[in-house]
Design a protein around this ligand. Structure first.
Ligand code: GLU
Length: 293
């Protein structure tokens, strides 16, 4: 990668931020400051059914409370659907995606009926039903039925050959996008997906260093493939460990008690929380919880 060190924090405005987000945002922000680089904010708000208007401002407020500022106007993925649609066009032209008409129920039925159902990082792989449609049926249904777009993973991976990325924790990693099977790149209800939008936007924002939780390592295999197919630059990656609660379970947005807003209401200062997260991030969540009033 060339260019000034640029990293980002990319929350989804579907809830308040919790300690896990704070840890990730602080790590990225501090890395940018240490490198004399840029820290950017991006709202990953394609999931229009779950996004709530009030969370955009609440997230900005929580970040400011922690002492985090960003160097450019935040971008919103919901305003960039045309850009994702154009990339999907390119993938269609390259013949590496196909329309999928299946409902969740169709997929579950097909999987239940098959003798062996291979699993990927996110559960059973798509069984390939719509990949096998003949051209006539595909064209007819395309004109008449709602559809998602899936990548033909075997074909795509064969086209690209071996791909690698550099990970601050894991070193040189060979991408194995095949573990995901034919993932969805554009949903029926939204003309993109997390994988497509994040890959395009990391390039669009000039991100040289993606810093995010280790729960997203599996996704990087797909992102690396898409970078190649869409001719995008490859950032460096750092997948950091995750903050857990006192039982060792990773924090989720629904854990409202661990939200930054709840800590603030309980009298914590953002400065103190940031300082503790940097000192003993991973062991911290339980501590903050038990000290809470
Ligand atoms: N929007 C994702 C999340 O909130 C983060 C994606 C990323 O950092 O690549 O978990």
């Amino acid at each position: 990668m060339s260019g000034v060190f640029t990293t980002r924090f990319a929350p989804s405005p579907t809830g308040r931020l919790h300690l896990g987000h704070a840890y990730s945002a602080l790590m990225a922000f501090d890395a940018a400051r240490a490198e004399g680089g840029k820290f950017l904010l991006r709202f990953e708000d394609i999931d229009t059914g779950r996004v709530r208007d009030e969370y955009y401002a609440a997230i900005e407020e929580d970040l400011h409370w922690l002492g985090i500022t960003w160097d450019e106007e935040p971008i919103r993925q919901s305003e960039r659907f045309d850009i994702y649609a154009k990339a999907l066009e390119d993938l269609r032209a390259g013949d590496v995606v196909y329309p999928c008409f299946c409902t969740r129920k169709d997929i579950a039925t097909e999987i239940a009926a098959s003798a062996s159902a291979p699993h990927g990082p996110d559960g059973p792989l798509y069984p390939g039903t719509c990949r096998r449609l003949d051209a006539g049926e595909r064209a007819h249904r395309l004109a008449n039925e709602p559809h998602a777009w899936r990548i033909d993973m075997t074909r795509a991976a064969a086209l690209t050959g071996p791909l690698y990325w550099t990970d601050a924790e894991a070193g040189e990693v060979e991408a194995q996008p095949e573990i995901h099977g034919d993932v969805v790149l554009a949903r029926k209800d939204v003309p993109t997906s997390y994988h497509l939008a994040v890959t395009i936007d990391d390039a669009a924002q000039g991100i040289t260093d993606v810093i995010r939780g280790s729960d997203l390592i599996a996704a990087t295999h797909v992102h690396r493939l898409l970078q190649h197919l869409l001719d995008l630059p490859v950032p460096r990656y750092r997948h950091h460990e995750l903050i857990a609660d006192e039982t060792g379970k990773r924090l989720a947005k629904r854990d409202d008690a661990r939200s930054l807003a709840a800590l603030r209401d309980a009298g914590w200062s953002g400065e103190k929380v940031a300082e503790m997260l940097k000192g003993d991030g991973v062991g911290l969540a339980a501590g903050l919880q038990s000290k809470r009033g």
